[in-house]
Design a protein around this ligand. Structure first.
Ligand code: NAD
Ligand code: MG
Length: 397
């Protein structure tokens, strides 16, 4: 049943995370337009209790079953339905009263719910880039076949989307696009001497200079695997080949990406580094409204720097380009090996400088298949995780 006020129903998958929090902040400013139908999380009971009490969704999902029991006890005096398990994430993404799905679960754990939202024809606000990296072909096809919409939350892709012409889906060169410049801050360790990277701690790697993000994406930013995943993401979103996408280090994070046209024009989207801008853009599109983000003070940020990435410092970026060129299940293998490597680094089981080596070893030994079924992709994901764990426990990594 649609809300009597005809508000847009929204489900936030990954509501306790950094993107989830920013989304709730934006929605608070536009209560009259949106109804929060569902909030989901993995196991953060305390934060989930707080946001459920504040935002009163119809349903709250905890992927973790024990955490759901505790949440249900905490919310016993409310009429919020609490459900649990990974399948429930898919269930809420397809609900009839949900129009928009914010896909903000981190990692491969977000894949099936994002696909479910696509099958149900929803507007998907996609933060979960790993879903697109793993299953770009299937996800894009599912979106098209079911009349779903895909709006990019990743700040760079949102900037590119804003800078592209309306007819970009006819083909980039047809639309007069020459090249995409994907900007990157260079992460927390951009200026650290390479010989010191060996002893980097998790705390150092996640201390991002410009963005306040979850731990996994912060490590990915420090290795620049995040940019590598974003190159693959841009490939699927915009139909760009690997050689159409140039990564540019831009330490100020003010220019969020650029599109170069055949007539010599280069269009860019600028703004303060605050995820509420792309979130609001995707919620409101094609309209515009307030996000709570301070206007950019162009005089204060007068100096903007750009440089090419040093591939010796950022081998993960090269690995991602290679996986994109190989295609098939290689991006899913890359993504899974990276998730295991980052987790191991955060647990102090793997040195920062061995993250890329572990991923490379997994890629070298992995079977390579066309990524045309979900089963093949999920099998590649499982095999890569198992291979990475074996390398970790045997000390080879
Ligand atoms: P985060 O770690 O802050 O939050 C992750 C969310 O996912 C949490 O709500 C957590 O409960 C949920 N989650 C984790 N594992 C789960 C599981 N197994 N099952 C169900 N839910 C699970 O992460 P984040 O920084 O908000 O990033 C979310 C996604 O958005 C990532 O894919 C990231 O790459 C992308 N993204 C984030 C930013 C940012 O500024 N944070 C920017 C661009 C893209
Ligand atoms: Mg990004």
């Amino acid at each position: 049943m649609r809300d009597p006020d005809n508000r847009i129903g929204i489900a936030i998958l990954g509501a306790t995370g950094s993107i989830g929090c920013n989304t709730l902040d934006v929605l608070t400013r536009h209560r009259q337009q949106y109804e929060i139908i569902a909030l989901t999380a993995n196991d953060n009971i305390q934060r989930m209790t707080e946001i459920c009490r504040t935002h009163r969704p119809k349903v709250a999902v905890m992927a973790n079953v024990d955490a759901a029991k505790k949440l249900a006890t905490n919310l016993a005096d409310t009429d919020i339905e609490v459900i649990s398990g990974a399948e429930s994430l898919q269930h809420v993404a397809c609900r009839e009263d949900v129009d928009y799905v914010m896909a903000a679960i981190v990692g491969a754990a977000g894949l099936l719910s994002t696909l479910a939202a696509a099958r149900a024809g929803k507007r998907i606000l996609l933060a979960n880039k790993e879903a697109l990296v793993m299953s770009g072909d299937i996800l894009m096809r599912t979106i098209q076949e079911n009349g779903a919409e895909l709006l990019p939350i990743d700040s760079e892709h949102n900037a590119i989307f804003q800078s592209l012409p309306d007819n970009f889906r006819d083909g980039l060169s047809q639309a007069g696009v020459k090249r995409i410049y994907l900007t990157a801050s260079g992460g927390a360790l951009r200026t650290m001497p390479i010989e010191q990277l060996d002893s980097v701690t998790p705390e150092q790697a996640i201390a991002h200079p410009n963005w306040d993000m979850g731990r996994k994406i912060s490590v990915d930013s420090a290795t620049m695997m995040n940019k590598g995943l974003e190159v693959i993401e841009a490939h699927w979103l915009f139909g760009a080949s690997a050689c159409d996408i140039q990564v540019v280090i831009h330490p100020e994070s003010v220019v969020h990406s650029m599109v170069a046209y055949s007539d010599g024009s280069v269009l860019a989207q600028l703004g303060n580094p605050d995820m509420r801008t792309p979130i609001t853009h995707s919620l409101a599109w094609p309209d515009r409204y307030e996000s709570g983000v301070e206007p950019l003070n162009i005089l204060e940020t007068a100096r903007l720097n750009f440089e090419a990435p040093d591939m010796r410092r950022f081998p993960c970026l090269e690995l991602a380009y290679e996986a994109l060129r190989q295609g098939g299940t290689s991006p899913a293998t890359l993504n899974a090996a990276n998730e295991v490597a980052v987790e191991a680094f955060l647990d102090n089981r793997l040195k920062f400088t061995r993250i890329s080596g572990l991923i490379e070893q997994v890629l070298e030994t992995a079977e390579h298949h066309p990524a045309d079924t979900l089963e093949t992709i999920l099998a590649a994901d499982r095999q890569a995780r198992a291979a990475a764990e074996t390398l970790l426990s045997s000390g080879v990594a």
